[in-house]
Every structure is written in structure tokens, then in C-alpha cells.
Write a protein that binds this ligand. Structure first.
Ligand code: SIN
Length: 314
């Protein structure tokens, strides 16, 4: 028997659940094309702002043994660059799923403007609204402000009719899982993506008695092994609380088939890979696919649906 990784997500079919996490290997059309040609089931653009941004000063990304710290500051080529790419991709590949399109405006008004532009365009893929970037100096993570999140979603769904998901920061308290769920359940969201990096960690080089990245005095978003238990907790908390029409994308600490299996067991439908994709490049998707299939074969699962969300209690 050979396990199938086939995944249905929002009425579309994907060969497997793996994608890049927005921010990794998706800034340029060259990188996006490399993802398209890789074994990833789907892929997503870098979060776009209206205009091109250089982002924060370098060094702004640092790999450490158990993960990464970054304070990129949303460098991106600007909304129109990614819009041209996704429209061109759709035209050239009418039988494939278009890339997911990530946007991260710097204000409520900018988010609304970007989403209006998507609504009025020919883009027929999935849009991800990033409410969780921790790295823009002076701009707190939107989704830690519950009232602001509700205000944005209320205004967005007055006009936005295409499939939309939101990228969330990690939450650390049941009270916050519950408050956020109450808000999200009021809207026709297609998915939530749990989690963005754990914001504002600090990694130190003790030999040099120094921080390792320049922006924000060394504070940055933490990814990789450090964040997997928090990511799994967020996937599980939202999977068990949200209206079942709202799917979960699991992101955080996926570097092996076993990590992927655990995210799926907690209830994720698609899986995004950030830190480990940065380290290994797009060939990582071949390895993840083989490792996840091996685990499923050993356990006797023919499809992901047989175990998705079925984490047991004690
Ligand atoms: C960044 O560009 O700073 C990372 C994006 C994010 O964490 O949302």
C-alpha cells in the first residue's frame, strides 16, 4: 500500500499539503517559479504592501541550531509586482491552482485598499491577510488587538467575496483562544493560518556578548524547533473551537515528516514550512513528502483524512 497525500482545500485539489510559509523563498518571481516547479503542493507570495519596501537593515535573519530569528520588516517588491505574477501564472497554467496571494497593509485603510484591488481583479485564487507581522518598528501585531481585528474583518467582508484566510500570531492563553474564536466565527473566513513567528524573541551571541540581528536592538520573530509546541497548540485550539467551515493551515517547526504528521493530527489541512525551507531550499518538499508517506505507510493510513484532527486525549 502507498499512502496518498492528496489534499482537498477550499474545493481545490492539491497533490500534497505542503507549501512555503509567506516570507520564505517567495520575494521574487524567480523564487516563486522555483516553488512552482518544486514538489510543494501549493505556494504563497511574500506579503505585499502597496509599494515596494526595502525592509529593515541587515543582518536581519539569523539561523541558529534550533531555528531562526528574523526581523525582515516586510521587504517586498510591491503589490502590483505580485499581482502581475499571479495573473500571468493563471493565464499560463489554467489547469493548476494559482499561488496564494499574501497581503500585509500598514493600516486598516491600506489593507482595505489592497483587498479591494484583489476583489476587482481577475485573480481567482486564495488571499491571505497577514495580521501578525511582528517586525515593523512602531506597528504592533494587529491580531493581538481584538477590537482592531474585528473592525478590519467587518470592513473587509462588506465587499470581499473571494476566498480569504488570515495569518495569526501565536496565542498563549485559553482566554485569548476563546476571544479570537468568537471574533473569527462571525465572518465567512476560509481558513486561519497558525502561527506566524513568536514575536520579539532575543537570541544572543555570548562569545561576542552581542545580539545577532541589527533591527529593533536584536529583537525578532522566532521560528523553527523552538516554536513547534506553540504552533501545535494554536492549530489544536482553533481546530477544536472554530466553525468547521474555517480550515486551519499549520505553520511552525515543520522540518520532518513527523512534524507534519503532528500538525495534521492536531487538525491542520495545509502545512507551511518557513525556517527549514530557508535552510534547505525547495528540495525540502521531496524529503517531507517521502517522510510523511513513510509514517503513514507504517501506521497503515492510506489518506490524511483518516487521521486529521484525531489527536487522542488521555
Ligand atoms: C517580515 O517580513 O518581517 C516577516 C513577515 C511576517 O512575519 O509576517
Amino acid at each position: 500500500m502507498s499512502a496518498s497525500l492528496h489534499t482537498s482545500f477550499l474545493h481545490s485539489s492539491y497533490d500534497n499539503p505542503f507549501m512555503n510559509a509567506s516570507g520564505v523563498h517567495c520575494m521574487t518571481t524567480k523564487e516563486l517559479e522555483e516553488l512552482s516547479e518544486s514538489k510543494a503542493g501549493g505556494f504563497i507570495t511574500k506579503s505585499a504592501t502597496t509599494l515596494q519596501r526595502d525592509g529593515n537593515p541587515e543582518p536581519r535573519y539569523f539561523s541558529v541550531p534550533l531555528g531562526s530569528i528574523n526581523s525582515m520588516g516586510l521587504p517586498n517588491a510591491g503589490f502590483e509586482y505580485y499581482m502581475s505574477y499571479v495573473l500571468d501564472y493563471q493565464e499560463k497554467n489554467p489547469n493548476l491552482n494559482p499561488p496564494f496571494f499574501s497581503v500585509a497593509g500598514m493600516s486598516v485603510e491600506e489593507n482595505l485598499k489592497l483587498l479591494r484591488r484583489i476583489q476587482d481583479s481577475e485573480f481567482y485564487g486564495v488571499t491571505e491577510l497577514n495580521l501578525s507581522c511582528p517586525n515593523v518598528p512602531g506597528k504592533p501585531q494587529v491580531a493581538y488587538d481584538f477590537e482592531l481585528t474585528k473592525e478590519i474583518l467587518t470592513k473587509v467582508f462588506e465587499f470581499f467575496k473571494k476566498p480569504l484566510g488570515v495569518k495569526l500570531p501565536p496565542y498563549f492563553d485559553f482566554a485569548h483562544f476563546n476571544i479570537m474564536t468568537d471574533i473569527l466565527n462571525q465572518f465567512p473566513l476560509c481558513y486561519v493560518n497558525c502561527i506566524n513567528s513568536i514575536g520579539n524573541g532575543l537570541y544572543i551571541d555570548s562569545e561576542n556578548e552581542s545580539v545577532v540581528i541589527r533591527p529593533k536592538d536584536g529583537f525578532g520573530g522566532i521560528g523553527g524547533d523552538y516554536v513547534k509546541p506553540t504552533a501545535l497548540a494554536n492549530v489544536r485550539a482553533f481546530y477544536t473551537r472554530l466553525n468547521p467551515n474555517i480550515k486551519i493551515i499549520g505553520t511552525g517547526g515543520i522540518r520532518s515528516g513527523q512534524d507534519a504528521f503532528e500538525h495534521l493530527l492536531c487538525g491542520a489541512t495545509m502545512l507551511q514550512v518557513g525556517t527549514e525551507l530557508y535552510k534547505e531550499g525547495p528540495s525540502i518538499f521531496d524529503r517531507l513528502e517521502c517522510e510523511l508517506k513513510d509514517i503513514m505507510n507504517k501506521k497503515g493510513y492510506a489518506t490524511i483524512d483518516e487521521f486529521r484532527g484525531k489527536l487522542k486525549g488521555l
